[in-house]
Design a protein around this ligand. Structure first.
Ligand SMILES: NC(=O)c1ccc[n+]([C@@H]2O[C@H](COP(=O)([O-])OP(=O)(O)OC[C@H]3O[C@@H](n4cnc5c(N)ncnc54)[C@H](OP(=O)(O)O)[C@@H]3O)[C@@H](O)[C@H]2O)c1
Length: 355
């Protein structure tokens, strides 16, 4: 019997990953977290076989026991910039494949440096969430020929867990991306773009603020595609979150001190519009390409829950043998058309269209 371990399975992302894995009928679930009562409650609410396990990913022995016997380990615990490749290494050493709802390029590189020999036969998929994840995967559906422009707008209003707030505060520096930068003619151009304030955008509610951020994920995508210019924006419904992050970074000090301000800023956004999240990608074909401008729009009421759906879909792809061995991001190893089709049928997706 296939056993799928879900670490952090009682969390915001993990609960939905557990639910979808059970619905997809991919195997028996082993649901892990530090609080046994919480993972037990998740298992009771799950259709199908699910066993609760107390595990702290910082305890190597407990982590090893959790991974033993799993075909695949799905990590939904964080903060991802501290977890890095800890769980991936334990999973691969136990002979399991690995899927992480988070984990950036730094996590992929951490696993690849002094790569465990088992990685030659096991798949380790990082960034199997919404952003990073769908944000780097779905634009590929529009890149069917040479492009003059690719623009991405991802954002909305969502409650931020304390753990995710830590990740947001640590997502800083050139390893993660460059604020105000664009991609032009094969290179990152710093300071090329300005924030767009009080603008309307297809699929976003009312007026929004779009902050240019050429993420490492989007820059890798740009380098892969035949595209002259790429612009990527993170969209907020108010300026509360960018201001909270800027204040935290200016102040310095322990990252945990700034978590309440980031969580409160997200609550202020939620109060303004209610929960929603939108991914919007637009392309302009290169002159003479003979194709029309295109647009992809995907909307959900819950970006965290949708990340759990993406992690579950990625797990199905790994178990189905459709992901090659090695460490890579979901955007670079999943089939964009297949994932888009699965998402289109998920109740958490309220709009999915390609024009
Ligand atoms: N790619 C994306 O778009 C995306 C979107 C949202 C979130 N994320 C990422 O997904 C991760 C989870 O976020 P979340 O909002 O779901 O967080 P959350 O609600 O706080 O859930 C985290 C879960 O992990 C467990 N956990 C925490 N520390 C642990 C440890 N040391 N050992 C074992 N289990 C542990 C927690 O349970 P216990 O406290 O009982 O251990 C909890 O169930 C974060 O890294 C976040 O940045 C990615």
């Amino acid at each position: 019997m296939t056993v799928i371990g879900v670490l952090g399975g009682a969390g915001t992302v993990g609960r939905v990953a557990v639910d979808r894995l059970a619905r997809y009928g991919l195997g028996e679930l082993r649901v892990g977290g530090r609080d046994l009562d919480r993972v037990t409650a998740v298992c009771r609410a799950t259709q199908g076989a699910a066993a609760p396990v107390r595990v702290n990913l910082r305890d190597p022995r407990l982590l090893r026991d959790f991974c033993a016997g799993c075909q695949v380990v799905v990590n939904c615990a964080g903060p991802s910039y501290q977890v890095l490749d800890t769980v991936a290494r334990a999973a691969v050493a136990a002979g399991a494949d690995y899927v992480d709802a988070a984990g950036d390029l730094s996590a992929v590189e951490a696993l690849e440096s002094a790569a465990p020999p088992e990685l030659g036969e096991r798949a380790a998929v990082f960034s199997a969430g919404l952003m990073p994840g769908l944000s780097g995967l779905l634009p590929r559906l529009l890149a069917t020929g040479p492009l003059a422009r690719l623009d991405g707008y991802v954002g909305g209003a969502a409650r931020i867990s304390e753990l995710s707030a830590v990740d947001a505060l640590l997502t800083r520096g050139l390893r993660f991306g460059t604020a105000l930068a664009a991609w032009r003619d094969g290179r990152v151009v710093p300071g090329a773009l300005a924030p767009l304030h009080d603008v309307t955008l297809p699929g976003f509610r009312g007026r929004v603020h779009a902050w240019p951020f050429l993420s490492a994920e989007f820059a890798r995508l740009a380098a892969e595609l035949d595209v002259t210019e790429v612009r990527n924006y993170t969209v907020y419904v108010t300026d509360a979150i960018p201001h909270a992050l800027a204040a935290a970074w200016a102040d310095g000090g322990p990252v945990e001190d700034h978590v309440p301000a980031v969580v409160a800023a997200a609550e202020a956004d939620l109060a303004a519009t209610g929960p929603y999240y939108t991914l919007l990608f637009q392309t302009v074909p290169a002159p003479g390409a003979g194709t029309a401008p295109r647009r992809l729009l995907l909307r959900t009421p819950d970006s965290y829950a949708l990340s759990g759906v993406v992690a579950a879909i990625a797990t199905g792809e790994v178990l189905g043998g459709r992901v090659k061995p090695g460490a890579r991001s979901a955007a670079e190893c999943l089939d964009p058309a297949g994932v888009f089709a699965r998402l289109s049928g998920d109740p958490l997706v309220t709009q999915a269209e390609i024009l």
